[in-house]
Ligand binder design. Structure first.
Ligand SMILES: [Mn+2]
Length: 461
C-alpha cells in the first residue's frame, strides 16, 4: 500500500483540529517542513504555533506544550514515540510526519512516514508537502510549498546519490516547475555554489566527483578555466558564477572536465547533475538554488535561529533575510577558521585514519563540516576524526568523522565503525558511510582513535 491513505488520514486530522502545535527539527529539512505545515495549517484558518528542537529527547520534551492543541511532529517523532507515550500523549492528540525509522510502541500514533512505505530519497519536507496538498489542493501557496519541499529534500542529501531527485521528491519538483517556482535544469555541473561562488572555487571544492588535478586546488582550477578559454571575470572585475555561464561555455567546461577525468581513468558520469533553480529569487544570491538555500537554513538552525530560516521560507525578504545572510557569513567564517586551525595544527596520523582534538574551540554543531572541508586539503585516503568538547556536558566528547566517495568504494563505512567503537566504550553513534558522529564518555577519549583505526583497517580486509 502506498502512503496515500496515511496522508489522507493525517491531513484529515489536522483539518479537524481546533489548534495546532508544530514540533520540528532545526536543520534545513526540519525548517522547511515547519514552514510548509505552518503555512498549510494557518491558510486553512487554524491557529498554530511551532516549536523547534535540536533533537527530540527527554531533555527537550519540555518544549512540547502541555495543552489541548494537536501536536504535529515533523522530521522527528517517529523514532521517539516512547517519549510521546511517557509524556502521556494520547493517540488522538498526535500526528507524525517523518522519514525516520519508526519505533514500535503500544500507542498506534498516526503517521505519514516515508520509511514505512519504502520511499527512499524522500525527506520530511516532501511528506509535509503531500499532506499540505491533500489538506487543500487549491491552496494558492502550493507553488511556494513545492519549492520548500525541494529545498528540504536537497538539504537532506536526497539528490546526492542519483545526481538528482528521484521518485516522489522529483514529482514535487515537477509540481514546482508547473507552478513556475522551480526550474529543473538537467546535465548541470555537479558542484556546490553555482549561484554565488566563482567557478574555480566550486571546482576546487568538488569531492564527489573527485576531479584529478583540480579538486582541492583553486589555483589549478583557475588555470584550467583559463586554458580552455573561459572568461572568469565580469568587465567590472567580479568573478562570474556558473549560473551566468552561457550554454556554450558550460558545454566547453563540462567536456574538458570529462576529458580530464577520462584521461586519468576516472568515471566522469558524476560530473553531471540536475540542479533546482528558483527563478523568482534574486540572481547571484544563495536563495537562487536549492542547495545554497538549504545551507542558509542550516546556518540559521546551527546557530540557534531556526525562526529566521522559517521566516525566509515564508517569504520575508527584509530584516529576516538580512539576518539570515549574517548567519550564513558567520557560519562560513567559523567553519573556515576551524578548517585553518586543523590545517595549521596538523592531524595525528595513524595507519588508516587521522585525528585531531579541537577541545572547546569550536561549537560541536559545525565540527563535522569543518572536518570535511579540511579533509579535502589533507591525505584523502585517511578518514578524519575530530574530537571536541560540548559546551553543556563535561562528561561527553563529540566525535565527528568524514571520508569521501573514493574511500567508501574501497570499503570504508564510518557509520559501522563509529557505532561499534562507541558502543564498546559505553557511548552511541550513527550516521552514514561517508560521514558519521558519536558521543563517548570523556574517560574513553584517549584510546578512541586507535580503536576506530583498528576497525577501519579491518574494513579493507
Ligand atoms: Mn529530515
Amino acid at each position: 500500500m502506498g502512503p496515500e491513505e496515511d496522508i489522507r488520514r493525517v491531513a484529515g486530522r489536522i483539518r479537524d483540529a481546533e489548534r495546532v502545535t508544530v514540533i520540528s527539527h532545526i536543520d534545513a529539512d526540519g525548517i522547511t517542513s515547519e514552514a510548509i505545515m505552518m503555512q498549510a495549517v494557518r491558510s486553512y484558518g487554524i491557529p498554530a504555533r511551532s516549536v523547534f528542537v535540536r533533537q527530540l529527547e527527554p531533555m527537550t520534551m519540555k518544549y512540547v506544550p502541555d495543552d489541548d492543541s494537536l501536536k504535529v511532529f515533523v522530521d522527528l517523532g517517529a523514532g521517539q514515540q516512547d517519549l510521546l507515550e511517557e509524556r502521556g500523549l494520547g493517540e488522538e492528540e498526535v500526528v507524525i510526519i517523518d522519514h525516520h525509522v519508526p519505533q514500535n510502541t503500544d500507542t498506534p500514533y498516526l503517521q505519514a512516514n516515508a520509511q514505512q512505505h519504502g520511499l527512499g530519497y524522500f525527506s520530511a519536507a516532501g511528506m509535509a508537502y503531500l499532506v499540505a496538498r491533500h489538506m487543500d489542493a487549491g491552496n494558492p501557496s502550493l507553488g511556494m510549498l513545492a519549492k520548500l519541499a525541494v529545498i528540504g529534500n536537497v538539504g537532506d542529501m536526497m539528490a546526492r546519490e542519483h545526481c538528482g531527485l528521484v521518485g516522489p521528491a522529483r514529482s514535487i519538483a515537477g509540481d514546482g516547475a508547473e507552478f513556475g517556482t522551480v526550474e529543473i535544469r538537467g546535465r548541470e555541473l555537479n558542484c556546490y555554489g553555482i549561484s554565488t561562488r566563482p567557478v574555480k572555487v566550486c571546482l576546487s571544492y568538488s569531492d564527489d566527483p573527485f576531479i584529478p588535478g583540480i579538486s582541492g586546488n583553486e589555483k589549478k582550477a583557475e588555470e584550467f578555466l583559463d586554458k580552455i578559454g573561459i572568461r572568469q571575470r565580469n568587465p567590472a572585475g567580479t568573478w562570474r558564477v556558473w549560473e551566468e555561464y552561457t550554454a556554450e561555455e558550460k558545454g566547453i567546461v563540462m567536456n574538458a572536465l570529462a576529458e580530464q577525468m577520462l584521461a586519468t581513468g576516472e568515471d566522469p558520469s558524476r560530473l553531471f547533475t540536475e540542479q533546482y533553480i528558483f527563478p523568482e529569487e534574486t540572481f547571484g544570491t544563495p536563495l537562487r538554488n536549492a542547495s545554497e538555500y538549504a545551507t542558509m537554513l542550516n546556518a540559521c538552525g546551527r546557530w540557534a535561529e531556526p525562526r529566521i530560516g522559517s521566516a525566509i521560507c515564508l517569504g520575508d525578504r527584509g530584516q529576516m533575510l538580512r539576518d539570515g545572510e549574517r548567519m550564513l557569513r558567520h557560519h562560513r567564517t567559523i567553519i573556515r577558521e576551524m578548517m585553518e586551525y586543523i590545517l595549521d595544527t596538523g592531524t595525528t596520523e595513524l595507519t588508516h585514519i587521522q585525528f585531531i582534538h579541537t577541545g572547546d574551540r569550536f561549537p560541536d554543531t559545525i565540527v563535522g563540516i569543518g572536518a570535511g572541508m579540511a579533509l579535502s586539503k589533507l591525505d584523502w585516503e585517511k578518514p578524519i576524526m575530530v574530537l571536541s568538547y560540548l559546551n553543556d556536558d563535561p562528561e561527553l566528547v563529540k566525535i565527528s568523522m568524514r571520508t569521501n566517495e573514493r574511500m567508501v568504494k574501497r570499503g570504508v563505512d564510518l557509520q559501522a565503525a563509529l557505532t561499534r567503537a562507541s558502543e564498546e566504550v559505553g557511548g552511541g553513534g550513527g550516521g552514514h558511510k561517508i560521514a558519521a558522529g558519536a558521543y563517548i564518555p570523556t574517560s574513553a577519549e584517549k584510546e578512541f582513535a586507535h580503536r576506530v583505526n583498528r576497525i577501519i583497517a579491518g574494513q579493507f580486509a
